[in-house]
Design a protein around this ligand. Structure first.
Ligand code: ATP
Ligand code: MG
Length: 527
């Protein structure tokens, strides 16, 4: 069949109309200079702040400084592969990382690429790493405890799900140990954990991975590392990668715990970037927006309400201080952003009080809202007793003639501090904590010599696991929501009996050296 000229012109017209659709063009720029992880690029006139760009050699970068002629780009990788005049292409995306359950048990770098030699991570979903924190209306107050398994913290500085609690102290005072023990304690508690290591030694990170593996904690944990040997841009984005992975779980209603170890090094990485980008330095040479950097990050920890899935992210940022100076720039910033701090002290650490938590300086602003009723009532007077003890201790140094009441306070306080000592990698269960605190509150430890206390606590906890009568009460206690006189009496009587047996095995025990155990107040009245 012959074609009419009008048909041909119609075909040509329709092709012209669709012509634009087939054209694709990349917006490209050229590298002018590169060095120290920063590339200055010309020609990317429409690039957006925070946008991912691709260098000719395949390395990615992020546009951070948008100036009239040049764009300052931080290089996410080895900048030695980038040469002058090479081409840079826009991607029109912000940095995104894979998220999801497949990341559990894996060690990844700041770009979420696996580095544990366990093969590729087959992921389905990606999320942009820079996002705005959940708004007020999607949130719920913090009411549920997130148990650390560390007696000092769970008793006196309780942490709730969705809270941000800072761990702050000098170097080598057990900060990381507190965070790792908290991760270990989440076993069987259905909390996913993320450990972000920023600017740390590779050997330290390897040790941590090893310990988590040894204690079967790797199956519910993701480790993100941007070690000291990696470039400042990677150290800068590592915590955002972590929180992005956490957010995906939170959106599904999961509880998540994230540790940033540590944010001082994160601030240093950001300062390096900023100075190289020639942004003006402020206090301690940090850029002006370093506060915003951390508040933006920590605000993303939240507890969502039921309409939004009810998930939570609890954040434990760590800050290293110099000579216990918590008034330096970065420490004060992060203290003001978080809902409380756990302060570790070198003098306590060196005197053998480990975990070396200074109870006077440490605080949880969520407080007892994040404690069960059982726990709340059993520790009601503990912090005060220790404060009294510390005050009297400094007085007692001046005088030798102390009255009986003062001696009682000193004796009890010293024993409580002894009980608060806890080795690494051995978190207590909630029930164990309550039994220990019960023995403390009702002064059942009065008759036990101080140097026998650690053995005493161990044996007592074992007793509650193997003695039939004691296990029955332990399970009753586990199920009860509040204290009542009958259960208090039962536990009291069992511990009294246990004490008698325990004391029998102490060689050359002299009863007169020790205070008596007071009777329960309501029973004393009856007598
Ligand atoms: P850094 O500043 O180097 O990061 P850090 O403050 O994180 O140090 P850790 O690495 O946690 O401190 O601990 C320092 C040392 O103290 C480690 O060798 C650790 O094994 C030991 N340690 C920490 N907590 C305890 C504890 N409760 N009991 C005994 N030893 C502990
Ligand atoms: Mg550490």
């Amino acid at each position: 069949m012959a074609m009419k000229p009008t048909d041909i012109s119609a075909i040509i017209k329709s092709q012209i109309a669709n012509f634009n659709q087939h054209i694709s063009y990349d917006e490209i720029g050229k590298v002018i200079t590169v060095g120290d992880g920063i590339a200055l690029v010309s020609g990317l006139t429409n690039v957006e702040h925070g946008e991912l760009v691709k260098f000719e050699c395949g390395i990615f970068g992020m546009a951070l400084n948008l100036e009239e002629d040049l764009v300052g780009i931080v290089v996410m990788g080895d900048d030695r592969n980038i040469v002058e005049n090479s081409i840079v292409t826009r991607t029109q995306q912000v940095i995104s990382v894979p998220v999801g359950d497949k990341l559990l048990g894996r060690v990844i770098n700041a770009l979420a690429e696996p580095i544990d030699g366990k093969g590729k991570i087959g992921y389905e979903i990606v999320r942009p790493i820079f996002k705005i924190a959940p708004g007020v209306m999607t949130r719920k107050e913090v009411t549920e405890p997130l148990q650390t398994g560390i007696l000092t913290i769970d008793a006196m500085i309780p942490i709730g799900k969705g809270q941000r609690e800072l761990i702050i102290g000098d170097r080598q005072t057990g900060k990381t140990a507190i965070a790792i023990d908290t991760i270990l304690n989440q076993k069987y508690k259905n909390v996913h954990c993320i450990y972000v290591a920023i600017g740390q030694k590779n050997s330290t990170i390897a040790q941590i991975v090893d310990q988590l593996d040894k204690h079967d904690a790797l199956s519910y944990t993701t480790i993100i590392t941007a070690s000291a040997s990696e470039s400042a841009p990677l150290q800068y984005i590592a915590p955002y990668t972590g929180i992005t992975i956490a957010e995906e779980w939170m959106a599904k209603g999961q509880d998540v715990l994230i540790v940033y170890d540590d944010l001082s090094k994160h601030a240093v990485a950001y300062r390096t970037l900023s100075l190289l980008l020639r942004r003006p330095p402020g206090r301690e040479a940090y850029p002006g927006d370093v506060f915003y950097l951390h508040s933006q990050l920590l605000e993303r920890a939240a507890r969502l309400n039921e309409n939004n899935g009810g998930g939570s992210i609890t954040a434990l940022p760590i800050i290293e201080t110099q000579a216990e100076d918590i008034a330096a720039y970065i420490p004060t910033n992060v203290i003001s952003i978080t809902d409380g701090q756990i302060f570790t002290k070198e003098s306590l650490f060196n005197s053998g009080q480990r975990p070396a938590i200074d109870i006077g300086y440490s605080v949880s602003r969520v407080g007892s809202a994040a404690q069960t009723k059982l726990m709340k009532k059993i520790v009601s007077s503990l912090k005060l007793e220790l404060a009294q003890y510390n005050e009297m201790l400094s007085f007692a140094q001046f005088g030798s003639d102390l009255d009986q009441a003062t001696r009682n306070v000193l004796d009890h306080g010293a024993k409580v501090y002894e009980i608060l000592k806890q080795p690494q990698y051995s978190p207590y269960s909630n029930l164990e904590q309550i039994i220990i605190l019960f023995a403390t509150k009702y002064r059942l430890i009065n008759t036990i010599p101080k140097k026998e206390l650690s053995k005493y606590i161990n044996n007592l906890l074992t007793y509650f696991k193997i003695n039939p009568k004691a296990t029955k009460i332990a399970s009753e206690l586990n199920e009860s929501l509040d204290w009542n006189n009958s259960i208090i009496e039962k536990i009291y009587d069992i511990i009294i009996k246990f004490n008698e047996e325990f004391i029998k095995n102490i060689p050359s025990y002299n009863k007169d050296q020790y205070l008596e155990v007071p009777e329960l107040p309501w029973r004393a009245c009856k007598k």
